[in-house]
Design a binder for this molecule. Structure first.
Ligand SMILES: NC(=O)c1ccc[n+]([C@@H]2O[C@H](COP(=O)([O-])OP(=O)(O)OC[C@H]3O[C@@H](n4cnc5c(N)ncnc54)[C@H](OP(=O)(O)O)[C@@H]3O)[C@@H](O)[C@H]2O)c1
Length: 337
């Protein structure tokens, strides 16, 4: 359990990555009471410096002894590192907020989106998990609709940006785009096929049932966060040549009839959600508009005319921010409240 203090020692494992850098920026933006920052990464980045509130901190190599005196450890260095080092951090007395998939479905580990299930944080025993980036934006929108009209089934297709694969994904899209526009051959290292000017229906590895891990994460994590094992969700996750911002097309079937206008009203009152929906004026969210925004933006809200109780909508969320770094810092804020 975290002892109340005026300021906390905060470690960031993966401090040099896309999410880790954003975490440090958000700690500063939101004036999180940091007494000392301990940025951790691989041997490659040890010695680099990161800045928080005008002060520079030297990156150290992540190890089992990195967590002496640490109050809160934000992990964002991949699932393997979380499995290897998060238990050591807890043993040293830190509370771990983990961004990877390592512990999300562990029944002892709360899986938290503060606007949706903040209450579940009380049950933690040292590790708290941050959901998958596509799940976070989606549950912010599903929860208020579920409360209003009881969701029976969700069909979601994602359009996920390359920053979801971290820095190397962004580098690959940039390099391939430049190569193609210069009439040169493309190199493919990060994704199984060319991502520039293409869409890949493949995120994470394929499972025996034909789905990808990413698709099953969305189904399983949603049930856990919404505390409703009966909620049926099927997903198709697609990687698209967008640098940042995940978009999702969502079809929702409810038990009770809810009109498009009622959905607009419910979502307008929902924390962390902005309704941006006036198609006649070409107003609907796109990834370019929402980069750097805290909220998940929703548009194209309309009734599904093929079923008695159905809604279609489109949402866009900044995957590096609310999909990862911001949600983790919000969990840290809940911890020190
Ligand atoms: N990007 C997203 O939208 C997103 C969303 C939700 C969750 N996540 C999760 O967040 C984590 C990080 O993602 P990212 O996008 O920030 O990736 P990234 O840009 O590739 O950064 C990875 C970070 O992990 C560090 N790291 C890698 N191998 C390491 C090792 N052996 N020992 C210590 N540190 C090591 C890297 O350090 P070096 O710089 O030294 O290599 C870097 O700081 C992943 O678990 C990912 O699944 C990402």
């Amino acid at each position: 359990m975290l002892k109340k203090k005026n300021k906390y020692v905060v470690a960031v494992a993966g401090a040099t990555g896309a999410v880790g850098r954003e975490m440090i920026e958000i700690l500063g933006e939101r004036n999180f009471p940091v007494a000392e920052l301990i940025p951790l990464a691989s041997e490659r980045s040890a010695g680099e410096r990161v800045e928080l509130n005008g002060k520079h901190w030297t990156v150290k190599q992540l190890g089992k002894n990195s967590f002496k005196g640490v109050d809160i450890a934000l992990f964002s260095a991949g699932a393997e590192r979380s499995l290897e080092f998060a238990p050591a951090a807890v043993e040293s007395g830190a509370v771990v907020i983990d961004n990877s998939s390592a512990f999300r479905m562990d029944p002892k580990v709360p899986l938290i989106v503060p606007e949706v299930n903040a209450h579940a944080i009380a049950k933690h025993s040292g590790i708290i998990a941050n959901p998958n980036c596509s799940t976070i934006g989606m549950v912010l929108v599903l929860k208020p609709i579920h409360d209003a009209a009881t969701i029976k089934r969700v069909v979601v297709t994602t359009f996920q940006s390359v920053s979801g694969t971290g820095k190397k994904g962004m580098d690959e899209l940039a390099q391939q785009t430049v190569a193609l526009l210069s009439f040169k051959d493309v190199e493919t290292n990060v994704y199984p096929h060319q991502i520039a000017f293409n869409c890949l229906p493949h995120i994470d590895s394929f499972l025996e049932n034909g789905y990808t891990r990413e698709e099953m994460k969305m189904a399983n994590e949603t049930k856990k966060i919404m505390e409703d094992g009966a909620l049926r969700l099927t997903a198709t996750a697609v990687r698209v040549p967008v640098f940042r911002g995940h978009s999702e097309s969502i079809n929702i079937e409810t038990g009770k009839k809810i009109s498009a206008n009622e959905v607009r009203a419910v979502l307008s009152a929902a924390p962390g959600v902005v309704v941006y929906d006036d198609p006649k004026k070409n107003i609907y969210p796109t990834a370019i508009d929402i980069v750097g925004k805290d909220e998940t933006y929703v548009g194209r809200i309309r009734e599904d005319e093929s079923v008695p109780n159905g809604i279609n909508l489109w949402l866009v969320s900044d995957n590096v921010r609310k999909g990862a770094a911001l949600n983790a810092v919000q969990i840290a804020e809940l911890l020190i409240k």
